[in-house]
Design a protein around this ligand. Structure first.
Ligand SMILES: [Zn+2]
Length: 187
């Protein structure tokens, strides 16, 4: 198993040379960015998987790495990855929208999505928005196992407090690592 970790958005995601912050939310003058929070989760997940001797490839390591959304699945394939985990935050006009959801494309990936959904709802105590089949997301066109995790809503105060909490982040990435590894081993 080799895991591709894909922190959503970032440099050249939609347009070459332009930084895509993803969803943003301003609170007391500070702008929270989906791309930055997803990157922190991605790097933390990388560390946990490497500790467990799992091979990892990152679609981007920092805010300057060029990672066009349409080429990320191909980058992972070229790097020899068998599993693709994309990390995002959700956003909605109404700040009361909240909760966590795992998206997948191929029916083969439904079971992993459900396992992640159940385990992550349990650890975060966020609202269970259920797994969602999405055929429109470019990164889920990855030829192996692929899931996209919407970790919570950036504009919702309760979700955001959890999303930026270091202990919560650690618990979340450890949960993702445990579920993905067990699933790959048939557990
Ligand atoms: Zn996103």
């Amino acid at each position: 198993m080799k895991v591709c970790i894909d922190p959503g958005h970032g440099m050249s995601n939609r347009q070459m040379g332009r930084y895509d912050p993803g969803a943003t939310h301003v609170e007391n003058g500070f702008e929270f960015q989906e791309a930055a929070i997803a990157l922190r989760y991605g790097l933390a997940l990388k560390d946990v998987l490497r500790e467990q001797q799992v091979e990892v490839f990152m679609t981007r390591d920092d805010a300057t790495d060029h990672a066009p959304v349409g080429s990320r699945a191909g980058m992972a394939k070229a790097a020899g990855c068998t599993v693709f985990v994309s990390l995002h935050l959700n956003d909605f006009d109404d700040d009361s929208a909240n909760g966590l959801e795992v998206c997948f494309r191929d029916s083969d990936d439904r079971l992993l999505a459900q396992k992640l959904q159940d385990a992550l709802v349990k650890v975060t105590k966020m609202r269970d928005r259920k797994i969602k089949q999405r055929t429109d997301l470019a990164v889920l066109k990855f030829s192996g196992t692929a899931v996209l995790i919407e970790l919570g809503f950036i504009a919702n105060d309760n979700d955001r407090a959890k999303l930026v909490n270091a202990q919560m982040r650690d618990a979340v990435v450890r949960t993702i690592a445990r579920v993905v590894t067990a699933h790959a081993e048939g557990g």
